[in-house]
Design a protein around this ligand. Structure first.
Ligand SMILES: Cc1ncc(C[n+]2csc(CCOP(=O)(O)OP(=O)(O)O)c2C)c(N)n1
Ligand SMILES: [Mg+2]
Length: 655
């Protein structure tokens, strides 16, 4: 370990602690403890280019322990990314580029939003899958145009989360040898010693998961960390975890204690830290030799690596013209649906479950869009959603169907990783009721403005005999109330097809689409084009309407029939199909007024929780209790959703 390494590590430690003290909030423990890890990774291994931030073949770095954001921001600053000294000094302040936890799309060079522990580890598996797939598709002998590592820095907390294990178990199964997890193992977490909550044998555990386990017993020794990373990079066909023993809060008076985890240090304690580290440079500045070292070792090395790659690509473009053109399309994700006329269609009057429609349309989309990669949580044959080209795995790295096993949360996080990587678009599927298991990943996709796709079947109590555990009630409200999520519940084949095509477009939001288990009537009245507006009129009564019935999904057809029957009883109601509240909310006020005129009485109908409808309706017919196990016909009768029940209901509540 050279003197300059010590200088750099100490500069990071002191600067990071001072940033946090200035902000009066933050997490100094990991900064002081893990500074040598991030220093080694950046100065000796990582290939990123600040001048070409989105360089396709850059190494991906995931700070899964998002509370260590200070470390990442300092790295980005020193490596030439658009994070200035002032930005560092504005850590955690309103509007700053250095928010409390790293935010993708907000700060230059941040690869992924982290903070919810475990998610970073899981998402990184998706990044590694994407690299592996694209490499298998495009690399040629001596022309590895896709060839990068995915590095993760995580802490004890990350590895306690279930989602991390789900994902790491799959990563072991898939033999993702270029995934390297650096584990800041300091035996301390927020509330105290890790041993209070956990006594796993880390080595045995990861070996059992099919990982290569390496250990660095002194996390202050940059050379040992370097050696371990070199070893990991050999890629023996297994992902690697390097357990690096560190001391939380190294150098602080309360080092090794949980009190240093998340509490800014006092000025006095910072003086002690400086003395302990024998570091005497000005406050909140980086010394010139440190800056120069990073400029040379991270910035210039990254720049060089990018230039070399461009040369490689240029040779590739001459030798493999067709593949090169395809590669550019993958890089830019410029795929368009060309043969729209060949899209599967269903005639009005026929009956089909919307899940079957979803499956068939996705099969068709797979032939149009070569970069879509999907899978299911062991439910392909139920959700009908399956990727093309066989199952992805070591034997078939070009399979576009990922067998996630019953690991919903990891599936959704990995889907985000696949999409985040660039080049591919990830989608996944499961039973709608179990969307509870993966909600945190949808939330992160929404926060990152990532167009990941989450497709669900069995979208209401009409699941029937499987009973309340399998009958979603509140899930639609959950997604509809999550900012920046397009939640779509199509009524029939036309609306489903429209929703899917829109979902695979270039969006700045994730899409959740739900489908029915049971067959539904394909309606004359629906429109693929109009559905894109989120809501539109599907039935207009013969006399001026005094009421509007709003519905969606499998209840729409019954509402239209009921509205027709109501006319005989001199109740006149327009019927509005509202597959997506999210898209409707984005329409002009004029459009909204034509669909839901203020002076009309409005009732919403859905076989699920009523809460999300009160934004549009005066009254709501829904189900605010858990369902019950019984055949579907009895479900309709019990909850009052047969046409005759709806007619009676509307008659009692409408004008
Ligand atoms: C899902 C989730 N739960 C809880 C937290 C709050 N939290 C942030 S850091 C932390 C402790 C994590 O311990 P460790 O990873 O060992 O971090 P260290 O104390 O070593 O820095 C907790 C509970 C969180 N960020 N995410
Ligand atoms: Mg810890």
């Amino acid at each position: 370990m050279k003197a300059i390494d010590t200088r750099c590590v100490n500069a990071l430690r002191v600067f990071g602690a001072e940033m946090i003290t200035k902000a009066k909030s933050g997490h100094p423990g990991i900064v002081l403890g893990a500074a040598p890890i991030i220093h080694t990774l950046y100065t000796r291994h990582i290939r990123v280019n600040a001048e070409d931030e989105k360089w396709f073949n850059r190494d991906r770095f995931v700070l899964s322990a998002g509370h260590g954001s200070t470390l990442l921001y300092m790295m980005l600053h020193l490596s030439g990314f658009k994070v200035s000294l002032d930005d560092l000094k504005n850590f955690r302040q309103k509007g700053s580029l250095t928010p409390g936890h790293p935010e993708y799309g907000h700060t230059s060079g941040v690869e992924i939003t982290t903070g919810p522990l475990g998610q970073g580890v899981a998402t990184s598996v998706g990044l590694a899958i994407a690299e592996n797939y694209i490499a298998a598709k495009f690399n040629k002998p001596n022309l590895d145009i896709m060839n990068h590592y995915t590095y993760v820095l995580c802490g004890d907390g990350d590895l306690q989360e279930g989602v991390a294990y789900e994902a790491m178990s799959l990563a072991g199964h898939l033999g993702l040898g270029k995934l390297i997890v650096l584990y800041d193992s300091n035996d301390i977490q927020l509330d105290g010693e890790v041993s209070l909550a956990m006594s796993d044998d880390t080595e045995k555990k990861f070996e059992a998961l099919g990982w290569q386990y390496l250990k660095v017993s002194d996390g202050n020794d940059v050379d040992l960390i370097d050696d371990a990373i070199k070893e990991a990079k050999k890629n023996i066909g297994k992902p690697t975890i390097i357990e690096i023993k560190t001391t939380i809060g190294f150098g602080a008076p309360n080092s090794g204690e949980s009190s240093i985890h998340g509490k800014p240090m006092s000025k006095e304690d910072i003086t002690v830290l400086r003395n302990n580290l024998e570091y005497d440079e000005p406050e909140l500045e980086f010394p010139d030799d440190v800056k120069a070292f990073y400029a040379q070792n991270v910035k210039e090395r990254g720049y060089q690596a990018d230039s070399d790659w461009n040369e490689l690509l240029s040779v590739y473009s001459q030798d493999y013209t067709k593949d090169y053109a395809d590669f550019l399309n993958f890089m830019d994700e410029t795929f368009e649906i060309e043969n729209i006329d060949s899209i599967p269609t269903w005639n009005p009057g026929t009956k089909e479950s919307t899940r079957k429609v979803m499956g068939k349309v996705i099969d068709w989309l797979s032939s149009e869009l070569p970069n879509i990669v999907g899978g299911s949580a062991d439910l392909c044959s139920s959700t009908m959603v399956k990727g093309a080209d066989g199952n992805y795995g070591t034997q078939n790295p070009l399979g576009r169907n990922i067998r996630y096993g019953v690991r919903e949360h990891a599936m959704a996080a990995i889907t985000n990783g696949i999409t985040l990587h660039g080049g591919l678009r990830g989608y996944c599927s499961g039973f709608f009721v179990f969307s509870d298991y993966l909600k945190p990943a949808v939330r992160l996709a929404a926060l990152m403005h990532l167009p990941s796709l989450f497709f669900f079947s069995h979208d209401s109590v009409c699941v029937g005999e499987d009973g309340p555990t399998h009958q979603p009630i509140e899930q639609l409200t959950m997604f509809r109330s999550t900012p920046n999520v397009n939640t779509v519940r199509p009524a029939d084949a036309k609306e489903m097809t429209s929703a899917l095509i829109q979902a695979f477009g270039k969006n700045t939001y994730p899409t959740v689409i739900t489908s029915s288990r049971q067959a539904v009537l394909n309606l004359e009245e629906t429109s693929a084009e109009e559905a894109k507006k989120g809501a539109y009129i599907v039935y207009t009564p013969s006399k001026p309407a005094k009421n509007v019935i709003i519905s969606c999904g499998t209840e729409l057809a019954s509402c239209i029939d009921a509205a027709k029957a109501l006319e005989a009883k001199k109740v006149y109601a327009t019927v509005v199909s509202m597959p997506s509240q999210f898209l409707f909310d984005q329409q002009s006020e004029e459009y909204k007024e034509t669909i839901l005129p203020k002076n009309l009485r409005k009732v919403a109908v859905e076989m699920g929780a009523t809460m999300s409808w009160y934004k549009y309706a005066d009254i709501v017919k829904g189900i605010d209790t858990f369902g019950a196990s019984m055949p579907i016909d009895e479900i309709y009768a019990t909850y009052g959703f047969r046409v005759e029940d709806l007619v009676d209901y509307f008659k009692s509540v409408l004008k």
